[in-house]
Design a protein around this ligand. Sequence first.
Ligand SMILES: [Zn+2]
Length: 123
Amino acid sequence: MNKKLLEKSRQKLEKEKVTIEKELKKFAKKDKKLKGDWDTRFPKWDGSEVGSAALEKAADEVEEYGTLLPIEYNLELKLKNIDLALEKIKRDKYGTCEKCGKEIDKKRLEVCPEARFCLKCKK
Ligand SMILES: [Zn+2]
């Protein structure tokens, strides 16, 4: 694995991790019991956020909750993959497919640094 690419990926991953955590904190809170798990606040948002434009537009809180859940799920999943990728960097396993063990295409890693599988195995 190319050191330069490895370092680039690591920086990208850590930056993305911060961004995602910030995004999640807007509408969800960290689950204290389950590491890496987030809960979307329901039904009322945190008091500090009441009156935000986003909330005002939401005519129905239940509907809003239903909209946020898949977003939360996606962000959470991405966060988990980022953590896994960072872990792989530490263990010197970064860039290899978790299924077939082959190297993941560098172009793919540049676009998606948290990729766990090569394109073949992802299908
Ligand atoms: Zn593979």
